[in-house]
Design a binder for this molecule. Structure first.
Ligand code: B12
Ligand code: SF4
Ligand code: SF4
Length: 236
């Protein structure tokens, strides 16, 4: 099978399993930042498939000024679905006599600092799924901040996608929504400490128990599409 065909089949399969967005990149420039638990194994898996599932807007609309139990349940269900997609894709890749490692969607390996096996946002960006937003999330052209992400590493040769070299432009919608003013005028000004303190406070209210928030995703619109002079569609 040609590389084009394999890549197309894998992406179709991911969408069939429930992915909203799929991209591919090489991992050579990322692997040194992967967690030591997987780094050496990952060096033999030079391709990453980045997968996103868009959270349902109707669920996000129920979040007014703090995370709620509806969002908590949807968050968990989406993580399970992401893990399910990478699990099934890994089986498909094994059947082609290649290796694949599904990375957990949302596992925290240590508390100080809190890190996962792989930075899914960095992989998604490198695989062409979007750019770094002012709210420090991966912003996708179609779904804004609503994509939850995961990664599959593999030695199956695939065609890499192009990076989308963009930014949020003049939009500042999320700056006003963050209850702790963690979001600045540029992604570099994002204050992770303030955000972390806020999600810890939320987790202690009403026995909520989870470090999530959601306020900077439910206000993040997919960037507006505009017609250019040559009739193509672009986003600002
Ligand atoms: C631990 C964790 C947290 C910790 C943060 C700790 C930390 N240092 O990152 C806490 C609990 C505070 C947290 C909060 C949130 N999180 Co969180 N979190 C994670 C987790 C499990 C690991 C992140 C990690 O390894 N960080 C350590 C390293 C990567 O940090 P670093 O090198 O210092 O890099 C920092 C920045 O430079 C930036 N960064 C670096 N490179 C790039 C590249 C791009 C393109 C972008 C956008 C950012 C970025 O991210 C890091 C800061 O967080 C990931 C899942 C995963 N495995 O990726 C989800 C993840 C990042 N979280 C996610 C989300 C949605 C949230 C929340 C909105 C909570 C919620 N679900 O409601 C907030 C938003 C915080 C924010 N605005 O950044 C999503 C992001 C999806 C997206 N579209 O971007 C992820 C990918 C989970 C998932 N499976 O989808 N999170
Ligand atoms: S997750 Fe909440 S506290 Fe953190 S930046 Fe977004 S809105 Fe602010
Ligand atoms: S709300 Fe606007 S400024 Fe904030 S991350 Fe989304 S697109 Fe960027």
């Amino acid at each position: 099978m040609s590389i084009e065909k394999t890549t197309g089949q894998l992406k179709d399969l991911a969408r069939h399993f429930g992915a909203s967005a799929v991209g591919v990149c090489r991992t050579e420039k990322l692997v040194e930042r992967f967690h030591p638990e997987i780094r050496e194994t990952a060096k033999k898996l030079p391709f990453a498939v980045s997968i996103g599932i868009a959270l349902q807007p109707v669920v996000l609309k129920t979040i007014i000024d703090r995370p709620n139990f509806m969002y908590k349940s949807h968050y968990r269900a989406t993580n399970t679905q992401l893990d399910n997609i990478t699990y099934r894709l890994a089986q498909w890749i094994s059947d082609l006599d290649h290796k694949a490692m599904p990375i957990p969607a949302s596992m925290v390996l240590q508390r100080f600092p809190m890190i996962g096996h792989v930075n899914h946002r960095e992989v998604a960006h490198t695989a062409g799924l979007g750019w770094q937003g002012k709210n420090n999330l991966l912003i996708n052209r179609e779904y804004g901040s609503r994509l939850r992400l995961t990664t599959l590493l593999t030695d199956l040769e695939l065609i890499a996608d192009k990076i989308e070299d963009r930014d949020c432009g003049q939009c500042k919608a999320c700056l006003r929504k963050c209850p702790t003013e963690a979001i600045g005028e540029t992604p570099e000004q994002f204050d992770l400490q303030k955000c972390r303190d806020q999600v810890v406070r939320f987790s202690k209210e009403n026995n909520f128990g989870l470090l999530i928030c959601g306020l900077c995703l439910n206000c993040c619109p997919p960037p507006k599409k505009e017609k250019t002079d040559n009739g193509q569609t672009t986003a600002d």
